[in-house]
Write a protein that binds this ligand. Structure first.
Ligand code: PEP
Ligand code: MG
Length: 906
């Protein structure tokens, strides 16, 4: 806990620095740093993130008392530099109050602009600027924001429009005007009164006239916003700890709405959607920051090149573009040159793509913020590789710049080109976040979540989105908005989530009450299908077929770089040649787990399998197994051939036998008929297989020990397949794995059965193949006695699904009953079946590796539980010395990147 609670900046000086983001938040640290490197920033101060924690521990009054002296001093600091006074009607200083956490959380917390205005100060501002309209426009915006953020004005019903917006529309309609900037001074004055009355009426609070009260209200509201629902949800999704807290930055206001020599905008040093190295962004002349992101006016492009692109996408002619929507490069060429030079300076300083906010006040450019820009997975990889090629970062940094989970987006489907030819384009919007999405239309965030839970794929269609829509956006396949540009809330958040988004599709008319959307005469209802192409902005009627993504170019280069630095290799969990093929394309170098039981559910195999289960005698079982053997062998030929020259770890039968018999009467009747038995006989056998606790019952190696003929059959099928392939010139590398071992004697017994079966087969075939024999470590006792078990194993594979189940004592199949409560109550932080519990289960893994290698130094160790594809768990596996991780095919690249990062971090 730092003693210093407030850090000032301004005029090229700062008490903070870029590397103090933990304490000052990203925004506060970068505001300080920009001062230090000569980027023009309005003066201000930052209250630390530690104070946020104090605020929730000690309460509002105590923290205000603690901060009072420092905040007053810092306000004087701004006053001196701005040559104006807070609350002085003659020469007023106005400030903005902004949130800023350590990790960027765009739009999740609150910001208040124009603070310091009241009925007196506004007159002074009008006099000082000679611009009454500007003064009252600023005032009404401030009352509106303060009412919303600090005093809690919200729509009463979810389909009502914002209460302030409703008042604005009423005032405008009286004179038949459409745009906000058409309102005259009298109308703006009227808004202030109406807003204050509405606040009083709805919330019971009186708008505070005293600027100092306003300031404390705003500071506390920003801290409070750390705990608002959407911020909590965002933190959960992004894994941001609550203890990080938010900082509060208070900064002198500069105004983009002081006439036609003023402007405001948001820009990116590279394309956040594609990663292309093109400076881009949007701005508005005579506007304030929120106008650009809120989609109230159509923002214009910063560069001419961007403007031409935009006009083409929107189908706008060059005459209209140049006259009505000129770029900043054309409309304000000198300022554009300054902006361009500074964005370049910032990118070179931070060695990463920057997302910046700026304001031009009467011809002077100010930067209000810079941060490393959120980007899509595609852009993430391209930017990392480009910065590497440009010499701005080194190879290790390039690897660390990529977030493993974000690679997921690159691996997912795009529209099938052929299907697209047939598809009907309904309209076009902006290509806000790439990818293909297809789903049923919903209009509200809570519907999106509900429909998604019910198994529907949905596309969320909104006039515009707000942070309240976060959960719905996360549940939707894609998002379509009528308003808002490339930096609108919808666009920024969708890109962060890797969701497809088309924004600003101006031709769509949404009727929330009727739950319809009209697009050029076509009326679509809730539940109708719509397809979106977030890479082109096209919106299609109905369902358009998608296809798998390409995995070449920058992605392939990144993967090659990972291979250069990684120590741990990545295998895949696959039971079919198709899955193995997909995984190979993604770079898997072997199979870490082939679950043989999945093969038995095939139509042709389930019958002999059930015959085997029904048999009362060893002979009966052997007859059935003899039928299964050639079928299993065929499966193994397929998978070993596909992974030729790479290890294929095949696990012997694991699940309890009741999983293979039908539990419903209909299924049992069919089975009785097929088996030539009576229904009663079948039911009797099914009943006999029932166990009170099947996951702890007759399963795993207990099956092979009880019925060694199953182990024999499977061994012969695996090794028989390998011999067949070897004869054809292939290089099969089978591994036979014994599941659920808890004592070395179990493995010793199964080893004897496997070796005997192999010997017999080799003699029959007159040919031998090499194979490895290993076991899963998935029972705590196995980890505790790994030194004994290792004597009988060539390798260990940690089955962390069962190991988690048995270490926590949480049933894998029933955990959903209490997990949500546990997460809400913070009994546990994350689902341990997804993210390896390094503190508890991890100890067993580490111990297993150490003990195992203490008796067999050459012991190979891997993991095949679900955790093998989860980045933090993969990194743990690296640290405890595993040789490989194995995961589902689509997670292979994620695991490769995480493994390389672990190696680089070391
Ligand atoms: C495990 O328990 O981690 C494992 C991989 O096996 P299964 O999920 O099949 O029980
Ligand atoms: Mg298991």
């Amino acid at each position: 806990m730092s003693e210093k609670r407030v850090y000032t900046f301004g005029n090229g000086q700062a008490e903070g620095r870029a590397d103090m983001r933990n304490l000052l938040g990203g925004k506060g640290a970068n505001l300080a740093e920009m001062n230090l490197i000569g980027v023009p920033v309005p003066p201000g101060f930052t209250i630390t993130t530690d104070v946020c924690n104090e605020y929730f521990e000690k309460g509002k009054d105590d923290v205000v008392a603690l901060l009072k002296v420092d905040v007053e001093k810092s306000i004087h600091h701004i006053e001196k530099l701005m040559n104006s006074t807070f609350g002085d009607p003659e020469n007023p200083l106005l400030v903005s109050v902004r949130s800023g956490a350590r990790a960027s959380m765009p739009g999740m917390m609150d910001t208040i602009l124009n603070l310091g205005l009241n009925d007196e100060v506004v007159k002074g501002l009008a006099k000082k600027t000679g611009n009454e309209r500007f003064a009252y426009d600023s005032y009404r915006r401030f009352v509106q924001m303060y009412g919303d953020v600090v005093l809690g004005m919200k729509p009463v019903n979810k389909d009502d429009i914002d209460p302030f917006e409703a008042i604005i529309q009423k005032v405008k309609s009286l004179r038949g005007i459409v745009l906000d900037n058409e309102m005259n001074v009298e109308e703006l004055k009227q808004l202030v009164v109406l807003f204050k009355n509405a606040i009083k009426e709805q919330t019971g609070s009186v708008f505070p006239e005293n600027p100092v009260d306003q300031l404390w209200g705003a500071i506390c509201a920003v801290f409070d916003s750390w705990m608002n629902e959407r911020a909590i949800l965002y933190r959960k999704m992004e894994g941001i700890p609550q203890e990080w807290g938010t900082a509060v930055s208070v900064m002198a206001m500069v105004f983009g709405n002081m006439g036609d020599t003023s402007a405001t905008g948001v820009c990116f040093s590279r394309d956040a959607a594609t990663g292309e190295n093109r400076f881009n962004g949007e701005y508005l002349i005579n506007a304030q920051g929120e106008d650009v992101v809120a989609g109230i006016r159509t923002p214009q492009q910063i560069t001419k090149e961007g403007s031409l692109r935009w006009a083409k996408q929107q189908g706008i002619s060059e005459e209209i573009r140049a006259a009505k929507f000129p770029s900043m490069e054309e409309a304000m060429p000198e300022l554009y040159q300054q902006l361009n030079a500074l964005q370049d300076k910032l990118e070179k300083h931070y060695h990463d793509m920057q997302d910046m906010e700026f304001t031009v006040q009467e011809g002077k450019l100010w930067f209000l913020q810079t941060r490393n820009g959120k980007r899509t997975g595609t852009a993430m990889v391209k930017i990392a590789m480009d910065l590497l090629h440009e010499g701005l970062i080194d190879e290790k940094t390039a690897i660390q710049r990529c977030e493993p989970n974000k690679l997921d987006e690159l691996l997912h489907p795009v529209f099938d080109k052929e299907a697209l030819k047939e598809a009907k384009v309904l309209t076009r919007g902006l290509p806000a976040s790439p990818g293909a999405a297809c789903g049923q239309i919903v209009f509200f965030a809570d519907d999106a979540s509900k429909w998604h839970e019910d198994g529907h794929q949905v596309v969320m269609v909104r006039i515009e989105t707000s942070p309240e829509d976060l959960a719905g956006m996360s549940a939707a396949e894609g998002i379509l908005t009528a308003r808002g540009g490339m930096t609108s809330h919808a666009a920024v958040v969708a890109r962060g989530m890797g969701k497809c988004c088309v924004s600003g599709a101006g031709a769509i008319n949404i009727d929330y009450k009727a739950r319809t959307v009209e697009i050029d005469g076509t009326v679509l209802h809730e539940g109708d299908y719509l397809s979106l192409n977030g890479s082109t902005g096209e919106v299609y009627a109905g369902q358009v077929k998608t296809k798998e993504a390409e995995v070449s170019g920058d992605f392939a280069e990144l993967m090659a770089l990972c291979d250069k630095y990684t120590r741990m290799v990545v295998r895949t969990n696959a039971d079919t040649p198709h899955d193995a093929e997909v995984a190979k394309r993604f770079g898997a170098v072997g199979i870490g787990l082939c679950r043989t039981e999945h093969m038995f559910f095939d139509k042709d195999k389930i019958k002999p399998m059930r015959e085997m289960i029904l048999a009362d005698t060893k002979e009966g079982r052997e007859t059935a197994l003899a039928k299964l053997l050639p079928l299993q062998k065929k499966d193994f030929v397929g998978i070993l051939k596909c992974m030729d020259g790479q290890p294929v770890n095949i696990r012997l039968l694991d699940p309890p036998l009741h999983e293979f018999v039908p539990h419903d009467i209909k299924g049992q009747k069919v089975m009785a008929e097929e088996m030539g038995k009576s229904l009663a006989e079948i039911q009797q056998r099914v009943a006999a297989l029932q166990e009170v606790n099947p996951m702890l019952g007759l399963r795993g190696c207990r099956l092979g020990i009880t019925y060694p003929e199953i182990t024999t059959m499977q061994t012969k099928a695996i090794l028989g397949a390998a011999i067949e392939l070897k004869r054809q010139g292939y290089h099969p590398m089978p591994e036979i794995m014994v599941p659920l071992v808890g004592t070395y004697k179990e493995l010793k017994q199964q080893q004897a059965v496997i070796r005997a079966a192999a010997k017999e087969l080799f003699a029959e075939e007159g040919m031998e193949v090499d194979f490895k024999l290993g076991t899963m470590i998935e029972i705590p006792r196995a980890a505790l006695t790994a030194d004994e078990i290792a004597k009988y194993a060539d390798y260990f594979s940690f089955g962390t699904n069962d190991l988690t189940q048995m270490t926590f004592g949480y049933s894998r199949d029933d955990v959903a009953r209490f997990l949500p409560t546990y997460l809400d109550e913070k009994v546990i932080e994350v689902d341990p079946f997804q993210v390896l519990d390094q503190t508890g289960v991890g100890q067993l893994v580490e111990m297993g590796v150490k003990k195992g290698r203490s008796t067999k130094p050459t012991l190979k160790c891997g993991i095949c539980g679900e955790h093998g594809g989860e980045p933090s768990s993969v990194k743990f596996c690296h640290r405890v010395g595993l040789d490989y991780v194995s995961c589902s095919p689509f997670r292979v690249p994620i695991a490769r990147l995480a493994a390389a990062q672990a190696a680089v971090e070391k």
